[in-house]
Write a protein of this length. Structure first.
Length: 132
């Protein structure tokens, strides 16, 4: 059962639901949710390392075969986890809450910067857009 659904993403077959209280991501078959069911595709107990991947999940976005999750953990410096082994520090983020992904990179909204932030995963550079 969902406790606090925070974000949703969709592709041709599935709905993906991020629950911020349970720290879980569910995948639901759109064609027949009752018969084919709901699959838990991530929760923190599945993480094999010392890092809790989800702490304060806010948003998520699908791009290609990848599901990107935005987590605004206020307990440390902002970073972008490109995969389980790669993190990028100082990305000009304070309290990110919105996420969109394109072939160019990641677009994030940050409520405490009052800005849009673009992050390029190829160069690990970020740009802040204010006063738009």
């Amino acid at each position: 059962d969902l406790m606090s659904p925070q974000a949703i993403a969709v592709d041709s077959e599935y709905l993906y639901v991020l629950d911020s209280d349970l720290m879980q991501i569910l995948r639901i078959n759109k064609a027949d949710p009752k018969e084919k069911g709901t699959e838990l595709i991530y929760d923190n107990s599945m993480n094999e390392g010392p890092r809790r991947i989800l702490s304060q999940p806010q948003s998520m976005s699908l791009y290609g075969d990848y599901l990107y999750v935005l987590d605004s953990d206020l307990g440390g410096p902002a970073e972008i986890l490109l995969n389980k082994d790669t993190a990028t520090g100082d990305v000009n983020l304070y309290t990110p809450v919105g996420l969109a992904v394109s072939k160019e990179g990641f677009y994030l909204t940050d409520v405490n910067l009052d800005a849009l932030v673009f992050f390029d995963p190829q160069t690990s550079q970020s740009l802040i857009f204010r006063g738009l």
